[in-house]
Ligand binder design. Structure first.
Ligand SMILES: NC(=O)c1ccc[n+]([C@@H]2O[C@H](COP(=O)([O-])OP(=O)(O)OC[C@H]3O[C@@H](n4cnc5c(N)ncnc54)[C@H](O)[C@@H]3O)[C@@H](O)[C@H]2O)c1
Length: 398
């Protein structure tokens, strides 16, 4: 396939966040450029103007396109000739900044790839969905775990009925890095994540349970109905939850659980999901992402490995692979798959075609609204002694 067909050129990227000392902005820049379909040309890399400028050479961004704010960046880029101007903006700032950047970028005509959780609260998410619906820009949400080949394999297996009716979804995301009050030691990632004015209404549930919940939604396609949740803060003085479990009733009668922890000794990024269907069950873990276990009673357990040429791989799974089997693919490649699917849509838009916004391979603004509703309702349920509260969001409905 030609480069970004039918656009037939590289897409031009701008990065907001990702300044020196930060985490995920660098991952965005690598993932977006992994397939040579994009090039990073501009950025507003930090909330600190000097650091924003100083960080630009690390990314090879030219001095005149190293901006000190996203507002300055959008204004200046709009003045450039169309042939030089950025095509999309990637947002890798703390949560409270996502909405203003995304909303302004879409209204200025740029495509957006935004990190999760999509916004600070549900009201912003609903507003952003209206903006996305009213404009023709592409909006992708980087729930990067949906980009793993075996996750996409599972999605297609479930959609085609291989597992039968889905009865249960057990997802958990277990970490241990916030076992102590790291936020009081000037650790920047810990500081904003435990600050309700920057992170939002939830801590562990906003940061990582949203990934686990989204993964279940992405793989099974089941629609949620109600949720009951208990959140706890175990580290003294912390203002947001660092542990919790939610039970989800899905519309088809299935039951789901989502557990998130930041306080489990020795645990790193253990995102794991198990799905039980009437014909078979699946288990996938992101710390061992090139294998998925498929079980059926009475048969030997199968370990599906990420192998683009194996007859057991379906089209979605195989299309998400880059390397032959046995060469591990992981975080960067999965992230790049979310970008690749979004680039397909951006290239079509640039060629004047209208783009699908709801039913996309990449996670989108509707997933973002679902995620923010999940956070809001989990906090509400927990505040009412784990009462059952609604989890069906009409505007996010596919
Ligand atoms: N998808 C994933 O797997 C994943 C992983 C980590 C973080 N995240 C998400 O990515 C976002 C960033 O997380 P992080 O850990 O990289 O945070 P970080 O604290 O490491 O980096 C945030 C960066 O944003 C910059 N920033 C803040 N306000 C800004 C503004 N107004 N304009 C420009 N830059 C600004 C900061 O200066 C910093 O460079 C969060 O929303 C987080 O939830 C996602």
């Amino acid at each position: 396939m030609a480069l970004n067909e039918p656009l037939n050129r590289k897409l031009r990227m701008a990065l907001v966040g990702g300044g020196q000392g930060s985490f995920i902005g660098r991952v965005h820049s690598i993932a977006a450029c992994l397939d040579n379909r994009a090039t990073l040309v501009a950025g507003a890399l930090s909330s600190n103007p000097e650091r924003a400028k100083a960080s630009a050479p690390d990314y090879g961004i030219a001095e005149d396109r190293a901006y000190t704010s996203y507002q300055e960046m959008l204004e200046a880029e709009l003045k450039l000739p169309e042939g030089e101007r950025i095509d999309f903006v990637s947002i890798a700032t703390p949560n409270h900044v996502h909405f203003e950047v995304a909303d302004a970028a879409i209204k200025a005509g740029f495509n957006v790839v935004c990190d999760k959780p999509m916004t600070f609260d549900l009201a912003q998410a609903e507003q952003l969905l209206e903006t996305v619906q009213a404009n023709d820009a592409v909006f992708a949400l980087s729930h990067n775990y949906t980009g793993y080949p075996l996750v996409r394999q599972a999605r297609e297996m479930i959609a085609s009925g291989e597992l039968g009716e889905i009865n249960a979804v057990r997802a958990q995301y277990i970490q241990g890095w916030l076992r102590t009050s790291l936020e009081e030691e000037d650790q920047k990632q810990a500081a904003w994540r435990t600050d309700p004015s920057k992170s939002g209404a939830a801590g562990a549930f906003g940061d990582i349970a949203t990934h686990a919940y989204n993964l279940g939604r992405y793989m099974t396609g089941l629609f949620p109905d109600q949720v009951s949740c208990s959140l706890k803060t175990f580290v003294e003085g912390r203002k947001l939850d660092d542990y919790g479990t939610a039970v989800i009733r899905y519309e088809n009668g299935a039951l789901g659980t989502v557990t998130a922890s930041q306080i489990s000794h020795g645990r790193e990024n253990d995102l794991e999901i198990e799905i039980d269907g009437t014909k078979g069950s699946l288990r996938w873990r992101q710390e061992n992402p090139n294998e998925m276990i498929y079980r059926q009673n009475g048969k030997a357990h199968q370990i599906l490995t990420r192998d683009p040429n194996a007859p057991f791989m379906n089209s979605m799974g195989a299309a998400a692979c880059r390397l032959p089997s046995g060469h591990p693919e992981a975080f960067f490649e999965a992230f790049a798959n979310v970008y690749a699917s979004a680039f397909d849509a951006m290239a079509e838009r640039a060629a004047g075609k209208s783009v699908e916004k709801k039913d996309t391979v990449y996670t989108n603004c509707y997933d973002g609204v679902e995620g923010m509703y999940f956070i809001q309702q989990c906090v509400a349920s927990s505040g009412e002694n784990a009462a059952w509260v609604p989890l069906k969001h009409e505007a996010a409905r596919r």
